[in-house]
Design a protein around this ligand. Sequence first.
Ligand SMILES: Cc1cc2nc3c(=O)[nH]c(=O)nc-3n(C[C@H](O)[C@H](O)[C@H](O)COP(=O)(O)OP(=O)(O)OC[C@H]3O[C@@H](n4cnc5c(N)ncnc54)[C@H](O)[C@@H]3O)c2cc1C
Length: 617
Amino acid sequence: MIFKILFSILIIHTPNFQTTYDIENNIGHHIYKRDNFDWLNHLKPAQEAVSEIYDFIIVGAGSAGSVIANRLSEVHDWKILVLEVGEEEKYTEMPLTVSLLQFTKYNWRYFMERQPGIALACENQRMPWPKGKALGGTSVINYMIYTRGQRFDFDKWAAQGNPGWSYKDILPYYIKSENTALKNNVDYRYHGVQGYLRTEDAYQSEISNAFINGLNELEIPIVDYNANKSLGVSTIQGTTSEGKRLSAARAFLHSVNHRPNLRILTEAFVTKLLINRETKEAYGVEYERFGVSNRVGASKEVILSAGTFGSPQLLILAGIGPKEHLEELGIPVLKNLQVGRNLQDHFAFLGLSFSTNQYVTHHFSQLLNPYNILNFYINGMGPLTGLGGAQAIAYIKTSQSKEPADDPDIELLFIGTSLAFDFGLVIRRGMGITDKIYNAVFGPLEKTYSLMIIPLLLHPKSKGYLKLRSKDPHDYPLFYGNYLTDSGNEDIDTLLASIRYVQRLAQTKAFAKFNVTFNTNPVPGCERHKFDSDPYWKCCLRFLGQTLHHQVGTVKMGPSEDPEAVVNNELQVHGIGRLRVADCSVIPFAIAAHTSAPAMMVGEKAADLIKTTWNKQ
Ligand SMILES: Cc1cc2nc3c(=O)[nH]c(=O)nc-3n(C[C@H](O)[C@H](O)[C@H](O)COP(=O)(O)OP(=O)(O)OC[C@H]3O[C@@H](n4cnc5c(N)ncnc54)[C@H](O)[C@@H]3O)c2cc1C
């Protein structure tokens, strides 16, 4: 205590105090600025000593953070530190077995809180909300589907007071990242060949023709869905390299981790952002590694890329969040901003499965076939390269759509198998589906060849939120999806319309060619409604509606006049200096894309913005 008081007196009387910085050993302290002589306050320094100083600290090496680390370390005289709590991935190469990854240490294993009338098919009515905890973040456990979002999304994003984020502005970043090997329906004007991220055509089994040709019958054209097209259908573009999973870390970090100015620490859990209470500038972070707590400084900026859940958690812990929530937690308010609110997600429906009597789908036996295994490991080809069964995507507009022009309101994701693929052992458990529901609805499909079409609500009107359980950084936040709660019932009506659309699709000649039969096993709990009536399907949506893990918006981008905004169009936290957020959390609303490629785009753009700020373009 005496030491603390003496230390406080010393720094109070030293307006610009800086201890020595040992560049050789990379040990130093940050600058303390003292203008205001408030004695009580100064017993606690506004800024704490740090042991090492880098130019930039990146928190989280996920889809966005990996890109930023790569691009910033291109500047030789910048020293970059990346702190990632997860480990480097091992044995994750095989795309078809992706669902297993949710049961590894690479998943945080978050769950949504129990909410009325939703996740009724889930154990304890709690929907799993997996997120990646590894070098590479969620790209280590995701389904590798490469989608960018539609022109409408980005033009709306920019029009909300975010110059620089229109389609025209962001397209170059997608192209910059990419090194394409796509061949199916590809419009090369929209794809890159010099980036780090390999994109390849997803494995197709014969049954995907039913989906694509069936949609053609419904006048949906075949397009390159990543090439400024709105409505259309296509085989999936995936982030694989020679058929193997390609996480953001494998794409963006492995090739550059020899750079002497880039230091990547895995198993480093950031517990606190260090922000000078007087200048309101970030100057470092505190992190735990192997049981030891450390403080490191950033002489230029701290960049938060801890994802849609991790970034808001760290902001709130630092006193940047909704005032009433901070007070409830006993955290002094540094800046009253709506962190954690505006959580948006694509709600999807798992209740549309089919069977066929033809062996034209993915089937469990493929995993046991030695030829397939050799073909995968030697040639990077064959069914084991399948993206967890996902084969094709369509963007459609339902009869309920209120979206402008050709802006789709639903994505149809075609899976060349179903939850019955692994006899209920893994996939459905990753979704938390109970034995009772699985056995009744999907169990009978185990004896057939099965397929699924998953409609995804692209622009949900319902908004969720997250808040902290406590001020202990180790405690998981509390998550509330608030699915299907919009006052106008637009979300449930649009999903119902998508079910009717899929039923029409199932009537096409293309489906008949494969003897595809709709799975009519009723969902237990919904039998009280007449099968196939609107109330029946609305009930099913509350049982088998699920996240596809595209949560965004908890650190919303927007101008300072926007009461929900947390960062500006340059990703800087409003009212706080030297602190940017760059990951899915800044995406202001749910866009028509699975969110890994958009996170990478945010990463590319963040790196450019940072280079511009510090004159290194
Ligand atoms: C099962 C699943 C399937 C998916 N499938 C697809 C798909 O096919 N295609 C697609 O485009 N998207 C998919 N997504 C979504 C997509 O992968 C993610 O939205 C995207 O990767 C998020 O990128 P990010 O950079 O925002 O965050 P992340 O990639 O999640 O990175 C955040 C990183 O920060 C780390 N971190 C968090 N807190 C701390 C801390 N305090 N200290 C240190 N490190 C910390 C985390 O461990 C993590 O590595 C899927 C998601 C899931 C869960």
